[in-house]
Design a protein around this ligand. Structure first.
Ligand code: ADP
Ligand code: MG
Length: 709
């Protein structure tokens, strides 16, 4: 355990962003002309020229070397779910005197060429056409990362193929941000705004994770290979006492969190909130929201830092959506809003939303967007691990709906029934009944934790996203569907003779046509599933069923309209998702086979042998009653036969699955056949765990893992 971190003092304001080549550093180090030029590029004014890039590269290198950097890397986010990097050192060929120079050119800054053949491309690029390019994303600042490999200058980049197709998360994200920007500006102009120059989506992603002891983790091959436990009986105590949620943070975890925060602050990630989550050993970290693509990069840095720092504390961070069956899993709440460069949040209703026509149009556009493209939003949150959570009464259901709260729902009801809204419900004074406690104004609206898409005052919170997934895809979808709804509204309103009347009619039309998507009740209830079906809302239960949404005619038209994805890119993503699904389940199945065959069966045999020996010994010693032991032996042997049969079956179906052609059919097979066989193997093993001697059981139990950190 790192004792330093408990005693060491540091000033947050001094260390914040110290490893980032941020605006302040650029302003200080770049020649005025270069700085100005670069700012214009960052703000979307024009393309970057090589002369500017050369100057920036040189200064960036000098700065990085002062930070101790020896290497640089183009840091990118391929479709593997994690970031990728290839390191080059700054050194040039040795000179005649045998010394080397450190150099970094504008060309090296703006373009990289990793051998891309091993990244998922969904058929976009055959392995013999291995060229892929990384391109500097100057809107997300470069940073120096310190780790065991030394210090590395990391340059956030987009990754595309030789023919220009996006092979990563960032390219479509940047494209979708452009789409929102253009359409939101159109909308603002209609309302007489002539001053805002740029509109950007802002995102704050709350990250949930589990922390377990690393030594115990290393004894669990299932966690090592798959990130989740594939076996494990429930401990006597689960989360039923609700005593972990917001509970006092234990010392060991506190020291860890402190280190995590420090690392993140140095990287300019504004880690803000931390607390214990619902499940034992589960925690959450939330940064202050930032521009969408920066927030996406920062979320990757948060995940990497959580894992890296855990190792230093003898801990292991589990980012999987469902590390433990029967215990709440982890998600990521994607808080999303749209703001102008001059500080107007388009999702801020003000205190009298019924009078805020611009807000009501934005709001009803979002209702329309989410209703029309619920399948896409659902797909954007689809992830193999997330299948265990959505709809399992611990995370939102797989049905998309929007929670608006009493106040806004009331305004909409007025609009729909009478054609105009005349008043807004107000928050009342909340009296605590205790003189020494302050009375305060209650919000006009309570929260609803069961909604997948909830309005929370001045932002929407998309709660379906999985804990280990990149937040890029959900935001690509959100940005694009909202841009489309804005575009359609503008198409109507720009032509209207009487703007006031037209906007009024449009708000009423959207509110009426899409009111089915609004649901303020309990999203975890069975009644909602029935009700949603009546309303015709899709209930897409698994990732395999969610994937096709990306390539429907509707989706292709939408994404092509805004240049976010081409049809080919969408089809490649569909292919990658099916492959990812099948591969993930295949690894899980093979891990189960391995663990059951090599660890569990031998342990059970040892136990039964011991038991049989002791029965014989007792019998030999005289007339003692051995009925209990005999019963146990027979029970254990029965379960062991079940294990053996289930193991044979799982081996068989997994082998067959691997032979199927990649794609929908294979993914469906893994979901329906292989997963069922996995469950059949797990059931008797978990029973055996409750019988067999703890000393003989080959791995730490759930209780050991989640209660003894
Ligand atoms: P919760 O109560 O759900 O934990 P918080 O109010 O603490 O929510 O905020 C959660 C996240 O939402 C934080 O990352 C926060 O910075 C972010 N957030 C707050 N306001 C906005 C906004 N206008 N747009 C986007 N994200 C926001
Ligand atoms: Mg939240």
């Amino acid at each position: 355990m790192n004792v330093m971190s408990e005693t060491e003092k540091f000033s947050v304001s001094e260390i914040f962003g110290e490893n980032v080549f941020n605006d302040a550093v650029m302003q200080e180090r770049l020649p005025k002309k270069t700085y100005k030029r670069l700012r214009e590029v960052i703000e979307g004014g024009h393309d970057l020229d090589l002369a500017t890039a050369d100057v920036v590269a040189h200064e960036m290198k000098e700065w990085a070397i002062e930070q101790g950097a020896t290497h640089y890397t183009h840091w990118f986010q391929p479709l593997t779910g994690v970031t990728a990097e290839k390191h080059d050192s700054f050194i040039t060929a040795p000179m005649e005197n045998g010394k080397v120079l450190m150099s970094f050119s504008g060309k090296e800054l703006i373009k990289g060429e990793p051998d891309a053949s091993s990244f998922p491309s969904g058929g976009l690029r055959a392995t013999f056409e291995a060229r892929g390019y990384t391109a500097w994303d100057c809107t997300s600042p470069a940073f120096v990362r310190h780790d065991a490999a030394g210090a590395t200058l990391c340059i956030p980049t987009a990754f595309c193929s030789y023919t220009g197709e996006a092979l990563d998360q960032k390219t479509p994200l940047l494209r979708s941000m452009e789409a929102v920007n253009a359409q939101a500006l159109r909308l603002l102009r209609l309302f007489g705004n002539t001053t805002s120059k740029r509109v950007t989506p802002s995102v704050g992603a709350e990250q949930e994770y589990f922390i377990v002891d690393r030594e115990k983790y290393l004894k669990r091959k299932d966690l090592i290979f798959t990130g989740r436990t594939l076996f494990g009986a429930m401990p006597p105590k689960g989360q039923e006492m609700d005593d972990h949620y917001f509970g006092a943070i234990r010392e060991r975890i506190g020291a860890y969190m402190k280190d995590v925060n420090k690392e993140l602050w140095k990287l300019g990630v504004s880690a803000k909130t931390q607390h214990n989550e619902v499940a034992p050993a589960q925690h959450e970290l939330a940064p202050i929201y930032a521009e969408c693509n920066v927030a996406t990069d920062h979320n990757q840095l948060i995940m990497e830092t959580l894992k890296k720092v855990a190792g230093r504390h003898g801990l292991q961070c589990l980012l999987h959506e469902k590390p433990f069956a029967g215990v709440n899993g982890s998600g990521k709440h994607n808080n999303w809003s749209i703001t102008t460069d001059d500080g107007i949040n388009l999702l801020d209703p003000g205190s009298t939303p019924h009078e805020n026509i611009q807000f009501l149009l934005v709001l009803t556009c979002i209702l329309k967007a989410v209703d029309e493209h619920a399948d896409l939003l659902r797909a954007s949150a689809a992830d193999v691990g997330n299948d265990h959570r959505l709809g399992a009464n611990e995370a939102p259901p797989a049905i998309l709906s929007i929670f608006l709260g009493e106040q806004l729902e009331d305004v909409l009801t007025q609009l729909i029934s009478t054609g105009s809204a005349t008043h807004s419900l107000k928050g009342e004074k909340l009296e605590t009944g205790v003189k020494t406690l302050p009375d305060f104004m209650r919000d006009a609206t309570d929260r609803n934790r069961t909604s997948p898409f909830a309005f929370t005052g001045n932002k929407f919170e998309f709660r379906m996203v999985g804990s280990q997934a990149s937040i890029a895809q959900p935001n690509v979808v959100l940005n694009t569907i909202v841009a489309d709804a804005f575009a359609e509204a503008c198409d109507v309103l720009e032509k209207a003779d009487n703007f006031d009347e037209a906007v009024h009619d449009l708000i009423k039309k959207y509110a009426t046509e899409h009111q089915r998507i609004v649901f303020n009740g309990n999203g975890y209830s069975d009644e909602w599933v029935v009700e949603a079906e009546k309303r015709g809302l899709p209930n897409i239960k698994s990732m395999v069923d969610a994937i096709p949404a990306y390539a429907t005619d509707k989706a292709v038209a939408l994404f092509e309209k805004f240049g976010v994805f081409t049809k080919v890119e969408l089809e490649s993503r569909v292919e990658i998702e099916y492959e990812t699904y099948a591969k993930t389940i295949n690894i899980e199945a093979k891990a189960m086979i391995d663990i059951a065959g090599k660890q569990i069966v031998p342990a059970v045999i040892k136990y039964t042998t011991n038991l049989a020996n002791s029965i014989n010994a007792v019998k030999a010693a005289g007339a003692a009653d051995v009925s209990v032991q005999t019963e146990l032996l027979s029970e254990t042997s029965d379960y062991l036969s079940e294990v053996k049969a289930a193991l044979a079956k799982l081996t068989d179906v997994t082998e067959k699955g691997a032979e199927l052609a990649e794609g929908e059919e294979q993914a469906t097979y893994y979901r329906d056949v292989v997963k069922a066989a996995m469950d059949e193997l797990r059931a008797p093993v978990d029973k055996l765990e409750m019988i067999v001697d703890k000393d003989l059981w080959p791995m730490p139990s759930y209780g050991d893992l989640i209660f003894e950190v």
